[in-house]
Write a protein that binds this ligand. Structure first.
Ligand SMILES: [Zn+2]
Length: 369
C-alpha cells in the first residue's frame, strides 16, 4: 500500500478505499475514498471531486509503471475472495485491494502507531513530553523481530533484576543507572543470550501524505509537464494553462518510464545493503540485482534464507504483502569494507540506552549499519 501511495501520489483515503473493480490493466481509477470519521468508515467521492478515471473529467486515470501494475495484480489475485466486514455500513462491494490481515480497513491512528512511526522513526510514538521508546528487535534472524519496548534506564534505579543481574553482570555503569526489563502478562522474557539490536530510523517524521509530496517532487525532478503532474494528483490546473493543455500519451509514457527507473534504482540500492530479504516477495524482486552483489553466493546465505522464511511464517505474514522499508536497514553481516561490532545483549542495551540516544536521534547498536 505504501509503495502504491509513493508511486501514484494517491491520498491515504483513496488508497484504503481502492476497490478491486477500479484496478485495470496498467492503471487505477480513483472514483471513491474511504474516510474514517468517529471510528467508522464512509465511502465518499474523492476530495474536491478529484476523480482520476476515464469516466470523469479530465478523463485521466492513474497510470501505473510496469512494476507496480505487476505488484498490484499479484495483490488482487492473492486477496480476490476477501471482503471487508463493514460493507453493509458504507456501501459498495467491500472488495478492497488493501485490507489489514484481520480483514478490516487500515486505520490511520493504529497504522501510524504500530507500523509507520516505528518504521520511519525507529521509535514508537511518545506521549506529550515523553520521547517514544526505541524499537528493539531480536537480531537472531535478520532484519530482526521486534520484542517488547524497553523502558529507558532511570538514574538511581539501583541494580536491576533482569537478564544482566541473572548473569552476574553489573547493571550499574558507575553512574547509579539501573534498568527494569519489560514485565507483565504476555511479554516474553528476553534471555540473556538473545542478541538485540535497534531499528534505524528510515525517514524521521515521514507520513503517508509525505509520500504524496515526494511523488510530486519526483515528477518535477523528472521534468513531467505540469498538466500531467497536477491532474495525476487530482489538482485542478487553473486558468488558460488548464484549458488549453492536455496530458498526451507520450507524456504519460515518459512518466511511467521515469517511475520504473526510480523503482529499479531503489531495488539496486536495497540489494547493495543485502542481496536477500526474508519476505519472499521482496526476495524475488531483488533476484535480478543479486548477481551483481559480491558475496551473495556465500554458503551461509542459504541457511539464512531458510531461517528468514521460517521466521516470516512464524509471524503469520502473508508472502503477498509488500515489505516495509524498516526491514531493509539492518544487515545480518558486514559488507565489504565495513566492520561488524559485537552484538549486545539485553542487559547491555538497557544499560546503554541513554548513551545510544544522542541529540540527533539513535545510533545503531552494531557498528555495521
Ligand atoms: Zn468496509
Amino acid at each position: 500500500m505504501l509503495v502504491t501511495i509513493g508511486y501514484t501520489g494517491l491520498r491515504w483515503g483513496e488508497a484504503i478505499g481502492l476497490e478491486l473493480d477500479y484496478v485495470r490493466p496498467g492503471e487505477l481509477h480513483v472514483e471513491w475514498q474511504l474516510r474514517e470519521v468517529g471510528g467508522r468508515f464512509h465511502r465518499l467521492p474523492p476530495k474536491d471531486d478529484s476523480y482520476r478515471s476515464p469516466n470523469w473529467e479530465p478523463c485521466l486515470p492513474v497510470d501505473l509503471p510496469r512494476f507496480l501494475a505487476s505488484l498490484i495484480t499479484g495483490q488482487v489475485r492473492a486477496h480476490a475472495g476477501r471482503r471487508c466486514a463493514c460493507a453493509a455500513q458504507h456501501g459498495g462491494t467491500g472488495r478492497y485491494v488493501f485490507l489489514s490481515p484481520d480483514g478490516g480497513h487500515p486505520r490511520r491512528s493504529n497504522y501510524a502507531r504500530r507500523v509507520f512511526r516505528p518504521a520511519c522513526d525507529g521509535r514508537y510514538e511518545g506521549s506529550p513530553g515523553r520521547e517514544g521508546r526505541l524499537v528493539i528487535a531480536d537480531a537472531t534472524v535478520w532484519p530482526g523481530i521486534p520484542v517488547a519496548a524497553w523502558p529507558a534506564a532511570q538514574r538511581g534505579d539501583g541494580p536491576g533484576t533482569g537478564p544482566g543481574a541473572q548473569s552476574g553482570m553489573s547493571t550499574d555503569m558507575g553512574t547509579g543507572e539501573g534498568f527494569t526489563p519489560p514485565r507483565g502478562r504476555g511479554i516474553p522474557v528476553i534471555a540473556e543470550d538473545v542478541p538485540l539490536t535497534c531499528w534505524l530510523p528510515v525517514k524521521p517524521g515521514l507520513t503517508p501524505h509525505g509520500l504524496r509530496h515526494s511523488h510530486k517532487t519526483w515528477m518535477a525532478e523528472d521534468g513531467i509537464p505540469e498538466i500531467l503532474a497536477e491532474q495525476r494528483l487530482g489538482h485542478e490546473v487553473p486558468g488558460m494553462r488548464g484549458l488549453y493543455a492536455h496530458a498526451s500519451d507520450r507524456m504519460r509514457d515518459d512518466l511511467k518510464d521515469a517511475l520504473q527507473a526510480r523503482w529499479e534504482d531503489s531495488l539496486r540500492a536495497r540489494a547493495a545493503i543485502h542481496p536477500h530479504a526474508p519476505m519472499p516477495l521482496l526476495d524475488g524482486l531483488l533476484a535480478p540485482y543479486r548477481r551483481q552483489q559480491p558475496g551473495s553466493s556465500r554458503p551461509d546465505d542459504t541457511t539464512w534464507d531458510r531461517e528468514g522464511a521460517a521466521a516470516t511464517r512464524r509471524r503469520g505474514e502473508e508472502p503477498g504483502e509488500v515489505d516495509l522499508p524498516n526491514s531493509s536497514q539492518i544487515s545480518p553481516r558486514p559488507h565489504p569494507g565495513t566492520r561488524m561490532g559485537s552484538v549486545r545483549r539485553a542487559s547491555d542495551l538497557a544499560r546503554c540506552h541513554d548513551h545510544l540516544v544522542g541529540d540527533t536521534g539513535i545510533e545503531p547498536v552494531t557498528s555495521s549499519v
